[in-house]
Design a protein around this ligand. Sequence first.
Ligand SMILES: CSCCC(=O)C(=O)COP(=O)(O)O
Ligand SMILES: [Mg+2]
Length: 232
Amino acid sequence: MTIRAILTDIEGTTSSISFVKDVLFPYARRALPRFVAARGKEPGVRKWLDVVATENGGMCQDAMIVEVLQGWIDEDRKHTALKALQGMIWADGYKSADFTAHIYPDAAQSLRDWHAAGLPLYVYSSGSVPAQRLFFGHSDAGDLTSLFSGWYDTEMGGKREAQSYRNIVDAIGLPAGDILFLSDVVEELDAAREAGLQTALIDRLDDYPTPRTGEATHGHVRVETFASVMVR
Ligand SMILES: CSCCC(=O)C(=O)COP(=O)(O)O
Ligand SMILES: [Mg+2]
């Protein structure tokens, strides 16, 4: 089948899980108390802190909100409020060059090749859109933001829900069957397939030492690097 656009996940797909878990998450966890004390009154920050407070019985002390958020980081909750706040915190880390975002060399190369071949590229990640832009703007392979035609986060819906992919398909404006979604998570691929997208499981041995083969692929095409993704 023809592929006219590619939609890619980030963590475990373009980039290693350990960079997110061992660098980004601890950085946000550590910085949260100071970030909330310094910027908690800004409307763009307060809005998300209030979402967390409301969902937790209307708690009123920022210290308690910080504790809830740190707990969510430990649980790897993909909550839109947490992701928005993490993105703002990581901005400081990237700007002060505390880290650059990991990207697998094969992913950087294929993204460049596909873009050069005229294939529109899109991101769909649980990380907020500002966090995605920062990520690809400060990657190990340099600023890759110009390669992408659009960015989507959980404001489109959860990544394991078919409706989220229908929303993204509407936004991209191509038939669902012309779009290839790349992810390391089979439940995300299942939801994308239900919405009519083509799918490929990126099964990176650095992230998943036991290859997911047979039934574990849920019938999705399985590749170990972007170099093996077939786009015709
Ligand atoms: C782009 S920001 C860092 C990634 C992140 O916070 C995250 O939750 C990654 O989830 P993904 O949907 O890319 O697997
Ligand atoms: Mg992922």
